[in-house]
Design a protein around this ligand. Sequence first.
Ligand code: C2E
Ligand code: MG
Ligand code: MG
Ligand code: MG
Length: 279
Amino acid sequence: HHAKENGVDFMRYDAAMKQRTQSKVELENDMRKALEREEFFLEFQPQISLDTGKMVGMEALVRWNHPKRGLLPPSEFIPLAEESGLIVPLGEWVLKTACLHNKKWQLDGFEPVCVSVNLSMRQFRQYNLAERVDAILREVGMDPRYLELEVTESMTYDIETALDQLHRLKRLGIHISIDDFGTGYSSLYYLKSLPIDRLKIDRAFVKEVMYDGNDAAIVSTITTMAHHLKLKVTAEGVENEEQLEFLKLQRCHEGQGYLFSKPVPAGVLESEFLSRLAG
Ligand code: C2E
Ligand code: MG
Ligand code: MG
Ligand code: MG
């Protein structure tokens, strides 16, 4: 009796597994076609100077308008894209599209602001990444100083390779930031030698900054350290005025979060933010 029960359980488990694998394969196949079918699009989230309140940058974030499943957030397909390697062509599409938007805004006469693009581990491991980024910048005709690439701490684990890769990227004249800072592998010794421009404090620390003394200490310490290392610092996930006041007191340079704006489509960024910048 016991054995049979186990057998039934096993079969149920097996069926569930099969279904999950199947829908993964399906989504992966859909993703292959999605690039050609132009189902991906970008939203942009403003990055605000805490000094002036002006938008000084924007982060490009990818979305997938799936024909059957509707609008999918990156959490539902980026991990799968990473796993399958599709993140490489997708990541290049994101980079090129973000640069094209940025270049167009400049041609339209808006005050130039920097665009940040997330880089995935797979892209970061490409031996010719810097050449590929360079090719896109040239193709678009974009001044590299308006591009920032976001990497995560985990990408700097193999420090020799990371240093080499980051130096090559920096030589293009672009900026580099460390995204989700504080949540990954971090060595202060390496941090000082990395050719980076900015730390982005993960929103997990910003969230409870008013109520959790440890989070407040962490945010304060990261900000102070950034100042000493001559790095810019951006707080992610700023949702209310209290957090904003705390961050200003700490002399955090920039903020990104729902308090200022959610990520918005290009047209909204243009009408609500770019058009309000003094020329
Ligand atoms: P991330 O790079 O840390 O991007 C910030 C995420 O936080 C975005 O989620 C944004 O919508 C969200 N966010 C911003 N402000 C707030 C806030 O005030 N409160 C809360 N609760 N959330 C806020 P999103 O767009 O869902 O992206 C999630 C992650 O997916 C990104 O985290 C990034 O790691 C990844 N991702 C997005 N686009 C790309 C891409 O083009 N390439 C790669 N490789 N990864 C991407
Ligand atoms: Mg990011
Ligand atoms: Mg982040
Ligand atoms: Mg991230």
